[in-house]
Design a protein. Structure first.
Length: 265
């Protein structure tokens, strides 16, 4: 009895990366619920962290959404790191997982009061400020490394093209949120909410890039089995045989090792 082995085809989409990051991109901006939930905060001059600060009326709603988002980021980034090719890309994905882990700590160590509503409440809360700094450090590390790897490899195309301007805008908006921490408040809430929209776009960009990692036409991502590259196809004749080592066929002329047909009459 003989057993036949199937030839492996191109890998399918990594839904373990696509789905968690796509949902996380939405949950990362759960603060949009401020439009329908009476939080009492002025979105222009308040931190989003105040939504789940101690004493906030909807602390468990916004804190729960933040925790759910963090878990999804860790799941999607871990799956991405396990599938990534090359040390730079893997490090970038693990840094993204660090964003999720730091966000969990951010919720578990919230602000102890609401600065924009309670006089005498300082914006600096040591533990919460430290976890927020860790979130931003991991975020920008992931952006730099993943974008760098994408530009080196030329894919995913959306990260290669839109990653640099998005990362720059995210950095500028992040810097505009530190005013209250150094004694200059005002409009930091608007800057932070713009920053969160950009981070959500970054997660959506990574999700879309993972979705396009293997295209329906059979074009595989680097390191995955797929169709023959054009250079490999050119070295084959019309009979499908590979040219012997050291030989090459002129363009348009098939190379064959079969003896020529007998043309004698």
């Amino acid at each position: 009895m003989t057993h036949s082995r199937r030839t492996p085809g191109p890998r399918t989409h990594s839904w373990t990366v696509v789905v968690p990051l796509a949902v996380a991109a939405l949950l990362y901006n759960a603060w949009l619920l401020e439009a329908v939930v009476p939080t009492g905060l002025d979105a222009r001059h308040s931190y989003v962290s105040e939504l789940y600060a101690e004493g906030s009326p909807y602390r468990w709603l916004f804190g729960g959404l933040e925790l759910s988002c963090a878990v999804l980021v860790v799941a999607g980034a871990t799956a991405g790191g396990m599938r990534a090719v090359g040390g730079v890309a893997r490090t970038g994905w693990w840094a993204l997982a660090g964003v999720g882990v730091s966000s969990v700590a951010d919720v578990l160590m919230p602000m102890t009061c609401v600065p924009s509503l309670q006089p005498g409440c300082r914006s600096v809360h040591p533990a919460h400020t430290l976890t927020s700094a860790a979130v931003h450090f991991c975020l920008f590390a992931s952006m730099i490394l993943i974008i760098w790897d994408a530009r080196k490899r030329g894919r995913p195309e959306n990260v290669t093209r839109w990653g640099p301007p998005l990362g720059a805008a995210a950095l500028v908006s992040s810097l505009c949120t530190v005013g209250p921490l150094i004694g200059y408040g005002g409009w930091h809430g608007a800057a932070q909410r713009c920053h969160l929209l950009l981070v959500g776009a970054w997660l959506a960009m990574l999700s879309l890039g993972a979705l396009r990692a293997v295209r329906p036409g059979g074009e595989a991502a680097p390191g995955t089995p797929g169709r023959l590259a054009p250079a490999d196809r050119d070295s084959r004749g019309r009979s499908g045989r590979r040219a012997p080592k050291g030989l090459a066929a002129p363009p348009g002329v098939p190379l064959s090792t079969d003896p020529p047909p007998d043309r004698a009459g």
